[in-house]
Design a protein around this ligand. Structure first.
Ligand code: ATP
Length: 354
């Protein structure tokens, strides 16, 4: 099955008063496969919201190609917009309406039944607060209402910008279960941009990490962590004077292992950091054979946060070539954005380009 979202070589430059133009997207590539939760991760200002807004036809881009459900957007957005639900940036609602009335009005205008309103209220956990007016809703409740709104038309693609924003831990848990259920049981493709790395690690099947408007890495979350998750061992001794001797003993023993991947043992202040050891017991035995006894041996496993920091810390600098994948040859000017029309989108200030 072709990807649900395909973006190639996307470029967006913002002009800024009295300053150099800023390349928010510098040849960004993105692919999202069907029926999974895909995390879109990147440091502040790396271009996530710009990408999502471009995809939804809310801003013009300066180059690149984008496809949703195989249709080129923004040209063909009207053909696919009915299959997309999205929440981009802070949702805006009429404060004096209740959550239920808000959804009922939207449902009516979209030709969706009232039964569906009750279903989505239940799904996002707002049933008990459905009668209350939105002005009394917390940020997290508004976020749930926005997701409910995006779900009304039973979209096949759900795009959420920072969905955990404002949610408490129980709300995050609930949202995670809902999004995973939608993807895994209902076959909805869910794209989630987030800063919450541990949340992405728990929520997403696959992810794309971006930095400075470019893709740094993409793939299954578990594979990315495993691929960059070179765990290390921290070894401490009763006497720090043993450190150089221990490092030498491990280096000598590593030479006879004949492993393709070298074992390294580096002294770092009061500890030895060992990488590439076949197993912790190999370190203990090697040191004991050399007459060196350790006081602590700890495995330091990398998580998504350390992988993210490592990858975005070594991100490409502006103007350099893309690291992963090739950007397509792109037109210099993309067609005008299509109005949001009947897509379920919440934006703070539609199309406003500062
Ligand atoms: N309308 C605009 N006018 C000028 N510059 C903009 C505009 N929108 C975004 N930018 C700049 O483009 C870059 C990318 O912004 P964008 O909001 O896409 O990043 P992001 O990854 O979503 O960031 P965050 O995680 O902080 O939301 C930033 O440097 C931002 O300041």
């Amino acid at each position: 099955m072709p990807p649900i979202i395909e973006i190639s070589g996307l470029r967006k430059t913002y002009s800024r008063a009295f300053r150099q133009p800023h390349n928010a997207l510098d040849g960004l590539d993105l692919e999202v496969a069907a029926g999974q939760v895909h995390g879109f991760l990147g440091p502040n200002g790396s271009g996530k919201t710009t990408t999502l807004r471009a995809l939804l036809g809310l801003i013009r881009v300066d180059g690149g190609t984008m496809r949703i459900f195989g249709e080129e957007v923004p040209h063909r957005l009207p053909d696919v917009v009915g299959r997309i639900g999205a929440v981009v940036e802070s949702p805006q609602f009429f404060k004096h309406f209740s959550g239920r009335l808000t959804l009922q009005l939207l449902a009516e205008s979209a030709g969706v039944s009232n039964t569906r309103v009750e279903e989505v209220l239940e799904q996002v956990g707002l049933r008990d607060a459905a009668k209350a007016s939105v002005k009394g809703y917390s940020l997290g409740m508004r976020q749930r209402l926005a997701v409910a709104q995006a779900l009304l038309k039973q979209p096949q693609l759900l795009i959420l910008d920072e969905p955990a924003n404002g949610l408490d831990p129980a709300g995050i848990h609930h949202m995670r279960e809902l999004l995973q259920w939608l993807a895994h049981a209902q076959g909805v493709t869910v794209v989630v941009s987030s800063h919450l790395l541990s949340e992405v690690q728990q929520l997403c099947d696959s992810m794309t990490i971006v930095s400075r408007g470019r893709r740094i890495v993409d793939g299954k979350v578990a594979d990315i962590i495993a691929g960059h998750g070179d765990s290390s061992l921290t070894v401490r001794f009763p006497d720090a004077a043993s450190l150089p001797e221990a490092a030498d003993a491990l280096a000598a023993a590593a030479g006879s292992l004949g492993e393709a991947r070298p074992v390294t043992a580096a002294v770092d202040r009061d500890r030895l950091v060992v990488r590439g050891a076949p197993e912790p017991a190999w370190v203990t035995k090697t040191l004991a054979d050399a007459g060196i006894y350790l006081s602590e041996l700890r495995t330091e496993t990398k998580n998504l946060e350390s992988v993210f920091l490592e990858l975005t810390g070594t991100a490409p600098v502006p103007g350099h070539t893309v690291q992963i994948g090739e950007s397509a040859v792109v037109p210099q000017t993309a067609p005008a954005p299509v109005a949001a029309g009947d897509v379920t989108i919440n934006v703070e200030s539609e199309g406003a380009e500062r």
